[in-house]
Design a protein around this ligand. Structure first.
Ligand code: FEO
Ligand code: CA
Ligand code: CA
Length: 664
């Protein structure tokens, strides 16, 4: 998630999904806390950086501090690593972490090698994009569950110009004075996704350089189709597409999903940030204001008129969807599935319901926005992949309303039902899905504390909802699933469908974890009491249920890490039995990064992690650095640690040293 530090608040309707800018009070507070808790050595910039200086592919891991387990471990059996922050990553002892692919590495066969001083859009469109977020894995051949050879699907959520390009620093705070058309085109090519064939030999995973499925999807070079109820709507038509069904590219792809039929779902999140122009008096004023369009996070509208809402009034309606990609045909046209609604989609994880229908859970990541599910009309056909390819085009979109009695109702977004009528501006189902947020407002959905990843578990048949934080929730406006105001640390809500029926209209819900420091009474955190001083976390964002049914949670604190004293990381969290709510730290990112995409292979022996935006978030609070990173002067040069090479978002793969299951 881009931390825009509140920039662009000149737009009255603008509301950042992320806030809590770094300030000097936080810096001082963290410095004191850190000095007391960890000793200066552990938080000093560079304390471990040099030790981690290695060439690509060499083992970087096993740097984690050795802390003796103090308590029962449940099913998370490793020596816990410690909270802290420094220039590199750390993984629990007995495991290793190798870099698999970095921003700029070749993806498409024949792609040029990365040259940070001479970047071009043409090269970038063939190379690994920026800010890896969602990670999906599909064994090869399809249906084999092969844990050693498969396709890795990677979202590239956004770009960070200050550490990507020489000599320009942070541009969005200054009106983009140094952004040229060439730089913008590189940014556009660095967005989207990658499909990459990967293979393990011994302990070493590598990219199959000439993989037949290897593909880059970008914001400016990939044609897409709009399908489902909004396809062809007048509100999707533009000067270059009078059909309302064809568009170019995808942006801000955050989390996502892999469907049971082996397609890749890319969720478009903060699409508003790419648009410029004036919204007052705009024909889509109500709609655009509800979504914060235009956000003005990028200079794209200066060079590409379709990102100017006055020059191309409907283009912003062609983003904010879930995109489905057939990864087994690298020439296939990705499809934006409008039946699943238009909002700031965080992820799109699915489960096959007992009746064979497909249920996809989705969060809309903004303060006070909502939790959704989509239930397909048709049933999944396990014997015929082709028969499932357009299953996400028809079905019902629901939004959640949580009740104080521990139940939650799913309210359908159907044109003509309840308030979703022409009197309220909804003339068709197209209008309902295009303005899904406004429809959900009218239905009385429960405003949540930034819903991020939502993961159904086939083991427990429960659904785990990551709620990151909400600085704007007032103390007198709390409710059951959002129990604190302001909420700096987030919580995890567990939802239980009755009898495992994910098509049910009423679930029950409970709080699994209330995040933050459980030893500080003012924080109001809740974990299993055996959770150690390193076992608690802040700002849950992405998550995974591993093949053993264990829940893993990764965090995105932004600059809020100064309030916890630890960089982002990965924690295992018990969901059932006597240890329910017990949390244990497994992995930690380098300074300024967030951790995305935890994804296990089907045999649990490899774990892919996406290290997003190293060196960027909250570096003013980083003791010994205390300034913003730039290309020339980053807070870390992870993972290369080579002079002249900027920090690079990268995918890391974790293996256990004995080749066994991760975290056992
Ligand atoms: Fe892209 Fe909500 O994080
Ligand atoms: Ca995030
Ligand atoms: Ca996220």
């Amino acid at each position: 998630m881009k931390n825009n530090d509140g920039f662009a608040s000149k737009g009255a309707a603008f509301e950042a999904s992320e806030d809590i800018p770094t300030n000097t009070n936080l810096t001082k507070t963290f410095a004191k806390v850190a000095a007391r808790r960890y000793g200066r050595r552990d938080v000093m910039r560079g304390a471990l950086g040099l030790a981690a200086t290695t060439a690509l592919g060499s083992t970087l891991g096993a740097l984690g501090g050795a802390k003796t387990a103090e308590a029962a471990e449940g099913r998370y059996v490793w020596t816990e690593i410690e909270h802290g922050v420094d220039e590199t990553h750390h993984v629990a002892e007995g495991h290793s972490a190798e870099v698999l692919i970095r921003w700029g590495d070749p993806v498409v066969p024949g792609a040029p090698e990365f040259d940070p001083a001479n970047q071009t859009a043409e090269a970038q469109a063939q190379q690994f994009g920026y800010n890896n977020d969602y990670l999906g894995y599909v064994g090869l051949p399809f249906g084999s569950d092969n844990p050693d050879h498969g396709l890795l699907c990677v979202n590239h959520e956004y770009t960070s110009e200050e550490v990507m390009f020489p000599g320009i620093g942070r541009q969005d705070r200054k009106g983009f004075p140094d952004m040229t058309e060439d730089l913008v085109n590189i940014e556009m090519a660095a967005h989207g996704g990658s499909v990459i064939e990967v293979k393990r030999e011994g302990d070493r995973w590598s990219i199959v350089a000439d993989g037949q499925y290897n593909r880059r999807i970008t914001a400016n070079g990939t044609y897409m189709e709009l399908t489902g109820p909004a396809a062809g709507s007048d509100r999707l038509k533009t000067s270059v597409d009078q059909s309302g069904t064809r568009c170019i590219g995808t942006i801000n792809n955050c989390a996502g999903g892999i469907t049971p039929w082996g397609t890749y779902l890319m969720a478009e999140e903060n699409f508003h940030g790419y648009f410029g122009g004036v919204v007052d008096g705009h024909p889509e004023e109500r709609n655009y204001k509800r979504y914060g369009v235009p956000g003005g996070w990028y200079a794209w509208s200066k060079f590409h008129k379709r990102f100017d809402i006055n020059a191309e009034p409907n283009e912003a309606n062609r983003f904010g969807w879930v995109v489905e990609v057939d990864i087994f045909d690298p020439t296939s046209t990705p499809k934006k599935r409008t039946a699943m609604g238009r909002f700031k989609h965080e992820g799109a994880e699915s489960i096959i319901n007992s009746d064979g229908r497909v249920v996809v859970y989705m969060g809309d990541d903004q303060r006070f926005d909502y939790l959704y599910k989509f239930v397909s009309e048709r049933r999944y056909n396990p014997d015929n992949r082709e028969a499932n390819m357009d299953i996400l085009d028809s079905g019902t979109l629901f939004v959640a309303r949580f009740n104080e009695d521990g139940t939650a109702d799913w309210l359908p977004l159907i044109h003509g039902h309840g308030p979703l009528t022409p009197e309220n501006g909804f003339d068709s189902q197209a209008d309902v899905v295009i303005e899904a947020r406004t429809a959900a407002d009218l239905l009385g959905a429960t405003p949540m504390d930034r819903p991020e990843d939502v993961e159904p578990s086939a083991t427990t048949n429960k659904v785990y909802v990551m709620l990151t934080n909400n600085s704007r929730r007032k103390a007198d406006a709390v409710d059951g699933p959002n129990p604190r105001g302001p909420n700096n640390f987030g919580q995890v809500v567990e939802m239980t469908p009755p009898n495992g029926d994910h098509d049910a209209l009423r679930y029950t819900w409970d709080l699994l974890v209330v995040a933050g420091n459980p030893n500080d009474p003012e924080v109001g955190a809740k974990y299993h009491p055996a959770t150690s001083e390193n076992g608690w976390f802040g700002s849950p964002d992405n998550c995974a249920v591993d093949p053993n049914g264990r829940l893993w949670i990764s965090t995105d604190q932004g600059s809020n890490w100064a309030k916890t004293g630890t960089a982002d990381g990965l924690w295992g969290v018990e969901t059932e039995g006597d240890m329910r709510g017990y949390s244990k730290m497994f992995f930690r990112t380098p300074i300024g990064a967030e951790l995305c995409g935890p994804k296990f292979t089907p045999d649990t022996t490899s774990l892919f992690l996406a290290i997003q935006h190293p060196a960027t978030d909250g570096t003013k609070a980083y003791p010994g650095f205390e300034r913003d990173s730039t290309f020339e002067d980053p807070a870390t040069r992870w993972p290369d640690f080579t002079e002249g090479m900027p920090p690079r978002p990268s995918v890391v793969v974790i293996r256990k040293d004995d080749g066994g299951e991760i975290g056992t």
